[in-house]
Design a protein around this ligand. Structure first.
Ligand code: TRP
Ligand code: SF4
Length: 400
């Protein structure tokens, strides 16, 4: 079986903010310790909506990679790369497009939603309709089984599963599959072969789902068992033929609770953000200017934290004693709003300090970032080429 592998991509939208950090990047940093991870800049995806003004994409990509590194994404643990530098994504996208029913794409909920949301732009394009299919190619080309995404992206992961299933169904049967599968069963040795056949029967005749997991575990234990044979037996087990593309699953990223400067969710489109590496003076200025409980007009008016966006930031950045100090001091008018904001300012600056420090060498020497991405591009290409070789072979377009 393929090693568990995590893959995720981000469109290069410019400097990332603390909402990205608390929502996505902290999660990536954690995952890189648990799985082999691939993280990439989805520059072609940016082009689906920015085709009329692509000039900013490259700079936004470099800035974004520095933000990833600043947040603690570790290029030694994770492979960082740029989508357009692995042209195999485009080849898989094209091949998959041949077998993708138009209706499937039209029914992806983000298609109509985004078109309506960005109504001042002509998005009745071929590329935009194909957005989820390009995303499927991104995922399937690495046989990634775990894709960390936010809720909005779940339909795209589901779509990718359907594409993988359709591909395996259409092309998964190699000539002489049954014979090859039976031959592979013999290679298991008598005892394991008997157990495998029993599990296969239990699944195919009694529909026992658990038998699949047991059989996969059995196959994992066979010393030196060839990868192709294992794949054949996975397919034979379920009656699907050979599994060429792996069906991915979403690793749902919990919605970020990160509030912005106005109490709404932090988001570039609301203009209420603090960027990851924003300088201290600007952070201080923004927090000091934040609106507070509208009922606290004068310093002597008591307030209610529940009605104040600053309080929401205390939930992210302050410990219990500080929160108790805020609640008590606000309701009794014992503290002023600027006093109350100081611990939030301190908390944000404390969080940003290590990010600034990690970014520094990359800002001083941009070559370092180019090297990391160059290495990542090569690693990704190597993996992508392996899948493409199998894909071409399965379709039969193999001229070698
Ligand atoms: N569509 C994703 C987004 O907007 C970005 C993306 C592109 C992606 N390809 C991907 C995410 C592959 C996960 C896997 O956030
Ligand atoms: Fe908001 Fe703090 Fe002012 Fe109360 S004291 S209104 S919580 S900023």
């Amino acid at each position: 079986m393929y090693a568990e592998r995590v893959l995720s991509g981000m469109r290069p939208t410019g400097s990332l903010h603390l909402g990205h950090y608390h929502g996505v990047l902290k999660n990536w940093v954690r995952l890189q310790h648990e799985y082999p991870c691939l993280f990439f800049v989805a520059d072609w995806h940016a082009l689906t909506t920015q085709y009329d003004d692509p000039r900013g994409i490259v700079n936004a990509a470099w800035d974004m990679v520095i933000d990833w590194l600043a947040a603690g994404v570790d290029p030694v643990r994770a492979t960082l790369f740029i989508q357009s530098q692995v042209p195999e994504h485009a080849e898989l996208h094209l091949l998959l497009s041949m077998m993708t029913p138009l209706g499937w794409l039209e029914r992806v909920p983000t298609y109509k939603d985004q078109q309506e949301k960005l109504e001042n732009k002509d998005l009745s394009t071929y590329g935009f309709l194909g957005y989820p299919l390009l995303q499927s190619a991104d995922i399937l080309i690495y046989r990634a089984d775990k894709v960390p995404v936010g809720e909005d992206q779940v339909p795209h992961i589901e779509f990718s599963r359907e594409i993988a299933r359709r591909f395996n169904h259409l092309y998964g049967r190699e000539p002489g599959f049954e014979d090859k599968a039976r031959e592979a069963v013999r290679k298991l040795g008598a005892k394991r072969a008997r157990r495998y056949e029993e599990l296969r029967t239990r699944f195919q005749q009694q529909g026992e789902q658990a038998a699949i997991g047991l059989a996969h575990a059995l196959l994992d234990e066979v010393p030196g068992f060839a990868h192709v044979d294992r794949e054949r037996l996975c397919g034979y087990l379920e009656g699907t033929g050979k599994m060429i593309l792996v069906e991915p699953g979403a690793l749902l990223t919990e919605a970020s609770r990160m509030p912005g400067l106005d109490g709404q969710k932090m988001s570039k489109s609301y203009g209420n953000t603090i960027t990851l590496r924003e300088d201290a003076a600007s952070v201080t200025h923004k927090i000091r200017r934040m609106p507070t409980d509208p009922a606290r007009i004068r310093r002597t008016d008591p307030g209610e934290p529940a009605n104040c966006p600053v309080w929401q930031l205390h939930q992210v950045y302050s410990d219990e004693p500080c929160q108790a100090w805020v609640e008590q001091g606000c309701r009794s008018a014992g503290i002023g709003c600027l006093d109350c904001k100081q611990p939030v300012i301190d908390g944000i600056l404390r969080e940003q300090a290590p990010m600034r420090a990690r970014a520094q060498p990359f800002l001083e020497d941009p070559k370092l970032v180019r090297e990391i991405i160059g290495d990542g591009n090569s690693t990704a290409r190597r993996l992508a080429r392996e899948t493409m070789r199998d894909v071409r072979q399965a379709i039969g377009l193999d001229f070698s």
